[in-house]
Each structure stands twice: as structure tokens, then as C-alpha cells.
Design a protein around this ligand. Structure first.
Ligand code: ADP
Ligand code: MG
Length: 321
């Protein structure tokens, strides 16, 4: 199939509100007057971000989900996305399933695919996403202040547990495997939470490389430190299963602190806004947990249930470490 027919068949869908979408030399957009554009790009490479046999429908979902998560972390409303794709051969079944997963999530979030690029090469997906946010209300990494509460959404470490199971280093019971695998393969970006945190959070980041690494980015950009209560971390119940080969509590905690692919939000807010933040749990059906406090002293102190300070060597996933 000629390249343009392929684009027409798999990647061209009605995009309401877009002046000109897929098919010309450039798309034409009409951002709402007065809003700032939030722009972000994320690349997924076979063998690095997903296994060679990855399910194409799940991959279509995940490629968009990780980009939506960046919009969530900025408090931006996602609007438009570009998809640059290189693949070794034209595979109709693969493209069909990939675009199905991609467009299912895109329509859930009302995001329009407005263009991209398609070439032959190793399987590689690069998405660029654009969103809108009122000037001055984006959730940045540099706004955390000493005394702020530190919050995380959802549960941490489940995607890392699923990966550990796939790699054979732990054995999850069937029910936990289902929960953890869904977290790994079909993350649900916290877009509604990000929007609701405008005006409440002093800083935010999405957790893609592990809580310690990503909270570390907030600390570095804000010029502050943190004290984290390990007993408060929302970890997976998978650790409670006592079956042979099951991950122990320590492993589960380690995954929560350093495992990648959670796509939850970590944010800070002044204690005066605690009630307003807690009100979001019911309004958005989104669990939120207060896990610690921002400190003036640099560094991240981890305290266990006895108040003892723990030392962590490994902080998270670093492609070049
Ligand atoms: P050009 O030669 O100008 O690079 P292309 O032939 O690569 O144009 O693309 C033609 C049109 O199809 C453009 O509007 C481009 O944005 C769009 N497009 C190409 N690949 C994709 C894709 N994977 N998803 C969505 N749109 C795509
Ligand atoms: Mg091109």
C-alpha cells in the first residue's frame, strides 16, 4: 500500500475543531484566544520502552497515555497530537490494532490526531502532544515550598511488579497479576486530576521513572528537600500475598519508590489546601495520599514506621546511568 494510502486508512479520522488536519504539509490549529500552549514530546523505542512482542493495541494506548500524562502533570487540557512512526514493514493487522488502541484513548480524552510522519525503520513511536492552559496556572516543577505537603495519586509500583513478573523475578497471584499488568500495559493518565489541581498544587510531576527520581526533579527545580513517610506510601496489595515466589513487602516498597511506568501524579500543596485536595478524592474518584513534607534542607529523607531514616542507593530508571 502506498504510504499516503496507509496514512489515510489507519491514521485519518474526523478531527472536529481542527481547521486542517492530516493530509497537508502542516496542520492548522486554532488555539483558544488567551490560552498558553503546553507542548511535549515522548518517544517509545522497541527493546527500551516495550518488549518486541508487545501487543499493538496496548502499544497504541500506551504511546498516547504517556504523552497525556505529561499534559496532566502540567495541568493542561490535551487537544492535539502528532504521531511519528517508524516500522520495519507494513503490517496491516499490526496497524489496525495499533490505531484502534490509539484512537480509543484519543476519543476518551477528546484529543485529535492532526499529523505525523511514517517511515520504514526499527519500530519507534514518537508523539508530540499539544494542550492548553490559562497563563500562570500551569503546574510546574519549580513551585514547591518548605512546609508544603507531598501527595501522590493512585498506587505506586504495580507496573514495576508486572514487569518483574514478566522477567521471572517474582510470581504474582493471578488476581494481582491482572491488576499489575493493566497498570503496565494500559496506564490511565490522570488528566482530570491535573486540571483540578490548577490553583491548588504548588508543583507537580508525573511519575514515569519512579517516585524518588521524579520527586527528586521537583526538589531540584524548586531548590528544596523532602521528608517521605514510607508507611504512608500507597503500595500495591500484591505484597501481602504470601505464596512462594510472591514479592515480599520490601520488594513492593522498592518497586513503589524506584519502579517506572506508574503514570501517577506527585504534587505538592500548602497544608492550608489539604481539605480542598482531599475533596478531589470523591469528586474525581481518584485516591490521593499525603506521603510527606517539603523541607528547606536539601535531600530526600525516607522515614520508616519507627521514625528511623533509611538510605536508598538506587533512585529510579536512568537511560544513561
Ligand atoms: P511530507 O512529505 O510533507 O512529510 P507526508 O507524506 O509525510 O508529508 O505526510 C502526509 C500527511 O500525513 C501530513 O499531513 C502528515 O502530517 C500526515 N501523517 C504522516 N504520517 C502520519 C501518521 N503516522 N499519523 C498521522 N498523520 C500522519
Ligand atoms: Mg513526512
Amino acid at each position: 500500500m502506498p504510504e499516503f494510502d496507509l496514512i489515510q486508512r489507519y491514521f485519518t479520522r474526523a478531527a472536529p475543531g481542527v481547521e486542517l488536519g492530516v493530509g497537508d504539509d502542516a496542520a492548522l490549529l486554532r488555539p483558544a484566544p488567551g490560552l498558553a500552549l503546553a507542548v511535549s514530546t515522548d518517544m517509545l523505542v522497541e527493546g527500551t520502552h516495550f518488549l518486541p512482542a508487545a501487543d499493538p493495541c496496548q502499544l497504541g494506548h500506551k504511546a498516547l497515555a504517556v504523552n497525556l500524562s505529561d499534559m496532566a502533570a502540567m495541568g493542561a487540557q490535551p487537544r492535539w497530537v502528532l504521531l511519528s512512526l517508524s516500522m520495519p514493514a507494513e503490517d496491516g493487522a499490526w496497524l489496525e490494532a495499533f490505531s484502534e488502541g490509539f484512537f480509543a484513548l484519543a476519543s476518551t480524552h477528546d484529543v485529535a490526531l492532526i499529523g505525523g510522519d511514517t517511515t520504514r525503520g526499527p519500530l519507534n513511536l514518537c508523539l508530540t502532544i499539544l494542550g492548553e492552559v490559562p497563563p500562570g496556572s500551569a503546574l510546574r516543577r519549580d513551585g514547591a515550598r518548605p512546609g508544603d505537603d507531598i501527595w501522590v495519586s493512585g498506587t505506586l509500583g504495580e507496573a514495576a511488579l508486572a514487569l518483574a513478573h514478566l522477567q521471572g523475578s517474582v510470581t504474582l497471584p493471578a488476581d494481582q497479576l491482572a491488576v499489575c499488568s493493566a497498570r503496565l500495559h494500559q496506564p490511565q493518565p490522570r488528566v482530570a486530576l491535573g486540571l483540578a489541581l490548577r490553583g491548588l498544587a504548588s508543583s507537580a510531576i508525573d511519575i514515569s521513572d519512579g517516585l524518588l527520581a521524579d520527586l527528586g526533579h521537583i526538589l531540584a527545580r524548586s531548590g528544596v528537600g523532602a521528608r517521605v513517610e514510607l508507611g504512608a506510601l500507597p503500595v500495591s496489595p500484591a505484597g501481602r500475598a504470601g505464596a512462594p515466589g510472591a514479592p515480599g513487602q520490601e520488594r513492593v516498597l522498592h518497586c513503589a519508590l524506584t519502579g517506572g511506568d506508574d503514570y501517577e501524579l506527585c504534587f505538592t500543596a500548602p497544608p492550608a489546601r489539604r481539605q480542598a485536595v482531599e475533596a478531589l478524592v470523591a469528586r474525581l474518584h481518584c485516591p490521593l495520599q499525603r506521603i510527606g513534607t517539603i523541607t528547606a534542607a536539601a535531600g530526600c529523607e525516607l522515614r520508616d514506621a519507627n521514625g528511623d531514616i533509611l538510605q536508598m542507593k538506587e533512585t529510579g530508571y536512568d537511560h544513561f546511568a
